[in-house]
Design a protein around this ligand. Structure first.
Ligand SMILES: Nc1nc2c(ncn2[C@@H]2O[C@H](COP(=O)(O)OP(=O)(O)OP(=O)(O)O)[C@@H](O)[C@H]2O)c(=O)[nH]1
Ligand SMILES: [Mg+2]
Length: 465
């Protein structure tokens, strides 16, 4: 869908850097008149006569009023981010100055840009496909190494390439069907059918791979919610503090210390974990506030991606732990069992390795939250559970819910195609299913879109991007 939509001939402006005081602020203009407008405000040089990709220092004026001393970069169409003329003014980072400059620019007929409008223009001008454009928003929002790597790979077209390959295979597939139609009267369809079956099997497995990468993509993009659950005094708040390396939560030997939930972010090997310390769960409390805290803990437990079930090895009996494990299993919660206070071990942690317990397929990590024992091992286990092995950002990973939905529909259409093949449907009916497949692929890369959908996608961007 390259090429301009009507009404895109106006020039837009926005502050590209964050609001607030900073060393420099960047104001960005894109559109046919971008360079002309700044030229009018830049008396020391004729910017319109300057080459593309050059920078110029000078005073910026609004009529006779001096606004700032600035650096202007110019990029001429089509070799720019948006594909249009772009001027970028680096001015002093005072919100007052920036506002004055933007006001002067809009007075010259430039319009304030909508969120994501620069990137939207880049898409409409064929500079990026839709999946690449969406990765720009992911990159801006990324706050971990893994998130950055995945987004950057997708901006450079990693995900788009995977889509393109699927598409080419599909087009090859539909060509084979046509071929089969041509030859059907001559009764040579069987050889082709085998090939078609193979091709669709490859397509299905590639689509499935991409679909299953979404769980990891989600972890990379949004992090993992980990609720620390357990009885009062198990050491949950101590564990939170130790993991964070700071005194975040109040710790005391009074059971029921934590009343409300506390959430903090921990980065382990490039993955964000949203740790939630909760109120210790006990059934027979008469304290109203504590009761409310316990309710909240249970809710957090149900909502979390992963539960760290923490218990005091000196207090917990094997039978009690068995019951807890049975309950956790019944609720289909992903959990990790962590035995705490091994430094204080008067009883024997070995009791938990009784054959009866081992047979319940549950490993326990034994730690001391207070003495920082085996915390590294716990972190390693958390990260392994979250990403299921080594994190490989070289692989194509689906991080976008919209892409995931389209891939799911693609998988359905592929299944229908397979069924059609199995039931010996005629080529023209198969061709319909293939067209559906191509449609969903096109939705991802933006070959098939409508304006509302585009507006919705780009409205999630920041202003100035
Ligand atoms: N010996 C020892 N004591 C610990 C350890 N971890 C926690 N404690 C102590 O256990 C008591 C309770 O710790 P907290 O971290 O407040 O326990 P909690 O699970 O958050 O308790 P609630 O908030 O009441 O549910 C405190 O006195 C801690 O110092 C440990 O590894 N070893
Ligand atoms: Mg606590």
């Amino acid at each position: 869908m390259a090429g301009k939509l009507s009404g895109w001939d106006d020039t837009i402006v926005a502050l590209a850097t964050a609001q607030g005081i900073s060393a420099i602020g960047v104001i960005r203009l894109s559109g046919a008149k971008a360079i002309e407008i700044i030229d009018e405000m830049f008396p020391s040089k004729n910017l319109q006569q300057q080459a593309s990709h050059t920078i110029h220092v000078g005073l910026l004026k609004d009529g006779n009023e001096l606004l700032d001393e600035v650096v202007v970069s110019i990029f001429r169409s089509p070799k720019s981010y948006t594909g249009e003329n772009i001027a970028e003014i680096s001015c002093h980072g005072s919100p007052f100055i920036q506002e004055k400059i933007i006001r002067a620019i809009t007075a010259k007929g430039c319009r304030m840009a909508k969120p994501g409008e620069f990137t939207q223009r880049a898409f409409l001008n064929g500079k990026l496909d839709l999946a690449q454009a969406e990765a720009v928003a992911d990159l801006i929002a990324s706050n971990t190494e893994a998130g950055k790597d995945t987004a950057l790979k997708n901006i450079r077209g990693g995900f788009s390439l995977a889509m393109q390959q699927l598409r080419e295979q599909l087009i090859g597939f539909s060509a084979l069907i046509e071929l089969e139609l041509d030859f059907s009267q001559e009764d040579v369809a069987f050889a082709d059918r085998k090939q078609l079956n193979q091709l669709i099997a490859t397509l299905r497995s590639n689509t499935e791979k991409l679909l299953s990468s979404f769980a990891l993509g989600n972890v990379i993009k949004n992090g993992v919610q980990v609720a620390i659950i357990g009885s009062p005094n198990a050491g949950k708040s101590t564990l939170l503090n130790t993991l964070l390396n700071e005194d975040r939560a109040i710790v005391s030997d009074i059971a029921g210390t934590t009343r409300d939930t506390i959430e903090e972010i921990l980065n382990i090997d490039g993955i964000l974990f949203r740790l939630i310390d909760t109120a210790g769960i006990r059934e027979h409390t008469h304290d109203t506030i504590e009761k409310m805290g316990v309710e909240k803990s249970l809710e957090k437990m149900r909502m979390a991606n992963l539960v760290v079930y923490l218990f005091d090895v000196n207090e917990m009996s094997v039978e009690e732990l068995q019951t807890i494990v049975t309950n956790l299993n019944k609720q289909e919660i992903s959990y990790l069992l962590v035995g705490n206070k091994i430094d204080h071990n008067k009883t024997d942690a070995a009791k938990f390795s009784s054959p009866r317990f081992v047979s319940s397929r549950t490993d326990i990590i034994f730690i001391s939250a207070k003495e920082n024992l085996h915390i590294a091992q716990l972190k390693k286990q958390l990260s392994a559970l979250a990403i299921g092995g080594e994190l490989n950002t070289e692989a194509t990973i689906v991080t976008n819910a919209r892409h995931y939905d389209a891939l799911k529909k693609l998988a359905e259409a592929l299944n229908d195609t397979q069924k059609g093949l199995d039931e010996n449907l005629t080529g023209d009916l198969l061709a319909l299913d293939i067209r559906r497949c191509l449609h969903y692929l096109g939705e991802i890369t933006g070959e098939i879109t409508n304006e509302d959908q585009l507006d919705m996608i780009f409205s999630k961007f920041c202003i100035g991007k």
